[in-house]
Design a protein around this ligand. Structure first.
Ligand code: HEM
Length: 437
């Protein structure tokens, strides 16, 4: 191996400057990196150097590598938030075991069990939006997605317990802003005060509520909810997950699944309301389906609208791993310890694959030329592909269909710019709308 191949690809040098640029303008800063450095570049970050790829062949190489090649990137930063047992932070055999235990409730065929709860939550929260007043629609979608998680994942549907869970989760997430997520120096309790101390207090409260729910389950008679299925799940040796592990996996699902789905829905509304003809076509296609969740989920145009939303507005611009062994990519031998990222944002905006890539055109998903998993990866890929992908897509479809068929909204602002949340990016201002019907 010569010296040239051992060198990391070119890229900016200051992690602090790059972090601030990202916090100020996440999409602009990544597009700029792609323009300046091409398909493979090094990106200094506060968690270490990341080598970032956006060409399909390189993304295929990352996602199809032997899973033991990688550990999670910057796992230490997220461990105090999610817990060491979280599936997001595991690797190797422990990660495979956790995925195996957690996968069955998220299988596509199980979505039928969740559709009605998704539609009912959407109806209740959309009907509560006041008419003729400016409201950020993302806040409403956040309430819906939290409600859906509490009903379908925690299996809680009675008023008082639902309210306590919703309050606990909302307060915990609110206390975990982008600054605390980005700067580990802020992850300290300053004599019981400050954002981290507040976050830890709320987190303990949510863990206690989840423990009460776990204790109330009978593994011999599991309910339909995901918590019950996790309590009843057994690994190959016949062992169940212990209480702490279930609590950590449930909280991981809240963090991974709450804001993501709500943000994706907000982008879909922002785009759809700017194209009245497309909205009318969607309404026509959905009307004969009577709001039946199973039939709605099969609508080709609705599917294309959701796919195009996640292409143009990926919520996690970059998925990353840490190399446990040397790895060859694009003529570079990357040493163990280096971070390796697949850049969803740059992959989704490649003109040669997506002509007029910055335009919202769901039709591109209806012309029969489906992109490969290395050209279109809103849920990441390989052994770490999003566990909740089918769940999230199902929820997006049911909530959007309910909105399009039963309500009428008008946009109350120019197209949204993208800002940084804790672990995701989304529309600044949460897409203000006015409800007319
Ligand atoms: C539109 C909504 C969502 C999007 C765009 C999204 C996207 C992603 C992405 C990009 C990853 C990283 C994949 C990788 O590293 O290759 C991920 C991981 C994950 N997601 Fe999602 N997600 C969404 C909703 C959900 C929901 C609803 C849940 C659960 C209820 C969920 C649970 C998870 C979990 C547990 C992981 C970690 C998987 C692992 O490390 O093995 N996500 N998601």
């Amino acid at each position: 191996m010569n010296e040239r191949t051992q060198r990391l690809p070119a890229g900016p040098t200051s992690a602090v400057r790059q972090t601030f640029r990202y916090l100020r303008d996440p999409v602009g800063s990544i597009l700029d990196l792609g323009r300046r450095y091409g398909d493979l570049f090094s990106l200094p970050s506060l968690g270490g150097v990341l080598v970032v790829a956006s060409a399909p062949e390189a993304i295929r190489a990352i996602f199809s590598a032997e899973p033991d090649t990688f550990a999670p990137f910057a796992a230490d930063a997220m461990a105090p938030v999610l817990g060491r047992g979280s599936v997001l932070l595991q690797h190797g055999a422990a990660h495979r075991r956790a995925r195996k235990l957690m996968q069955p409730p998220f299988h596509g065929a199980r979505m039928r069990a969740y559709g009605a709860a998704m539609r009912d939550s959407a109806r209740v929260h959309l009907a509560a939006v006041p008419r003729d007043r400016r409201v950020p629609i993302e806040d409403v979608f956040r309430d819906i997605s939290l409600d859906v998680i509490i009903r379908t994942i925690f299996g809680v549907s009675t008023g008082e317990r639902m309210a306590a869970c919703a309050r606990g989760v909302r307060d915990t997430i609110a206390a975990f802003g982008p600054l605390v997520a980005t700067f580990r120096a802020l992850q300290r309790e300053f004599g019981g005060f400050g954002p981290w101390a507040r976050f830890r207090r709320h987190l303990t409260g949510v863990h206690d509520l989840l423990r009460q729910e776990i204790a109330a389950r009978d593994p011999a008679h599991p309910g339909d909810d995901i918590l019950s299925l996790l309590v009843a799940a057994r690994d190959e040796a016949g062992a169940a997950m212990d209480e702490q592990e279930i609590v950590e996996q449930l909280f991981t699902m809240v963090i991974a699944g709450h804001e993501t789905t709500a943000t994706a829905l907000a982008w879909a509304v922002d785009e759809l309301l700017r194209q009245p003809e497309l909205l009318a076509r969607l309404r026509e296609e959905l009307r004969p389906l009577d709001g039946d969740p199973d039939r709605v989920a099969q609508s080709p145009l609705l599917d294309a609208v959701c796919a195009e939303t996640l292409r143009l507005h990926p919520l996690i611009p970059l998925v990353s791993r840490k190399l446990l062994r040397p790895f060859e990519l694009g003529g570079h031998l990357l040493p163990a310890g280096t971070g390796l990222g697949a850049c969803l944002l740059l992959a989704h905006l490649r003109e040669e694959r997506y002509p007029e890539a910055l335009a919202f055109r769901p039709q591109r998903f209806l012309d029969g030329k489906h992109p490969t998993p290395h050209e279109y990866l809103p849920f990441g890929g390989g052994a770490r592909r999003c566990l909740g992908a089918a769940f999230a897509l199902h929820e997006m479809k049911i909530v959007l269909a309910t909105l399009v068929l039963e309500f009428e909204l008008e946009l109350a602002a120019a197209p949204a710019r993208t800002g940084v949340r804790a672990a995701t990016i989304g529309p600044k201002g949460g897409v203000p709308v006015i409800r007319r019907r």
